[in-house]
Design a protein around this ligand. Structure first.
Ligand SMILES: CC(C)(COP(=O)(O)OP(=O)(O)OC[C@H]1O[C@@H](n2cnc3c(N)ncnc32)[C@H](O)[C@@H]1OP(=O)(O)O)[C@@H](O)C(=O)NCCC(=O)NCCS
Length: 349
């Protein structure tokens, strides 16, 4: 029976209502299983994300359905030639699969392997990466021959438990220890004129993040990519916030950004934080994080949580987060496997 289940490619731009109904139903099932305590991304937001053209990343969407019910969903992502990261990332495919609970251990996810192989061959990719926080995912990815390459820790801080006097101290100490440094706060998109300088500094900082043993190419942020992100966030109502520091020569030395989502308004998302290596050790990291938190408390009095993700090995960031009161919430493992290993698994099926 499984053999009759055919993976079908989905184009969100032309997909009909029946597809979206199946897709949202499975998405709800996944959410109930894996994220029961979090708000669900609304259907229209998911549709907007999936329908908005992305010149920088290629999206590969497939479904396996039977009698109008989606049994499994597959999403792959690879870098597009228009992305400045293309040269150093084109060997990588990132993939995600979900099988509804009552259909597991029947070989459905195994059915994705030839699809992954075909995408990899079309894109010239040699390594596929997938992550999981589930026992079933670990079992499947180990069976596939995947190697664990990085741990990703999600941590959460309950805003009612923040030590606000400590945040005030970090904010004041940051300014006192670096009198020549200015702190700037931006709500919503950054001014257009700042984008080239900001993109260049963000690129440099992002590439200092630890990725453990993960095979990953260069990260390249450009003004065009930031504009694209702002276009998508405007469509879905996401509001970005940025706190940064500038040295006396005007150069950006630190940055931290948090997003607010109308459909997740109790849960702020702490995104990237980075401080330039030669300005580390002066309390800039604590300063920008504390200034951001104090600012957000005033802006969003109904926010309850702030959520962040870090590599398990990112000691400096985890130290700051743990001191602020962020507690580990769940840990995912990133696995990667080669095209050859995938082939030998496909031959053994
Ligand atoms: C991981 C997942 C996609 C597997 O789907 P599935 O259709 O049940 O997988 P298959 O039946 O094709 O399993 C193939 C092999 O993987 C291994 N495997 C799968 N699930 C496993 C489990 N729960 N425990 C141990 N091994 C498992 C087995 O070796 C299995 O072969 P076998 O059943 O003959 O022993 C599914 O459990 C799921 O959706 N989990 C939640 C989401 C997730 O973590 N996804 C991560 C992968 S991107």
């Amino acid at each position: 029976m499984i053999r009759q289940l055919v993976p079908t490619q989905v184009d969100p731009k032309t997909a009909g209502r029946d597809f979206w109904s199946r897709n949202h139903e499975l998405r709800r099932r996944r959410h109930e299983e894996l994220r029961p305590d979090d708000p669900l991304d609304p259907d229209d937001v998911v549709e907007k994300y999936m329908k908005t053209p992305n010149p920088f990343d290629l999206q590969h969407y497939y479904e396996i359905s039977r009698d109008g019910v989606m049994l499994s969903w597959f999403h792959g992502e690879s870098v597009a030639p228009a992305n400045p990261e293309y040269e150093t990332n084109k060997h990588l495919l990132w993939a995600d699969a979900y099988v509804r609970i009552e259909e597991r251990r029947k070989g459905i996810a195994t059915g994705w392997l030839p699809v992954i192989a075909r995408i990899m061959d079309e894109r010239g990719s040699t390594v596929v990466g997938m992550n999981t926080e589930q026992a079933s995912g670990h079992g499947f990815l180990t069976w596939l021959g995947g190697k664990p390459k990085m741990t990703d820790v999600e941590s959460r801080l309950r805003l009612s438990e923040v030590d606000w006097p400590m945040m005030q101290r970090w904010n004041e100490e940051g300014a006192r220890r670096s009198p020549q440094t200015r702190l700037e706060i931006y709500d919503g998109p950054l001014p257009e004129a700042m984008l080239p300088e900001f993109a260049a500094q963000r690129t440099a900082l992002l590439n200092t993040m630890p990725f453990e043993d993960l095979d990953i190419g260069d990260i390249v942020i450009t003004p065009e990519k930031i504009r694209h992100y702002y276009e998508v966030s405007a469509l879905t109502g996401e509001v970005p916030h940025e706190v940064l520091t500038r040295e006396s020569d005007g150069s950006i030395s630190g940055m931290t950004d948090v997003s607010w989502y109308p459909y997740r308004h109790t849960m702020l998302a702490q995104q990237f934080t980075g401080v330039r290596p030669e300005t580390r050790g002066r309390g800039l990291g604590k300063w920008i994080k504390a200034a951001m938190l104090l600012h957000l408390r005033d802006l969003y009095p109904d926010a309850e949580w702030i959520v962040t993700e870090n590599a398990g090995s990112n000691a400096p960031m985890l130290k700051i987060n743990r001191t602020m009161g962020f507690k580990p919430y769940r840990t995912a493992v990133e696995y990667q496997t080669t095209r050859e290993q995938l082939e030998s698994r496909i031959r053994s099926i």
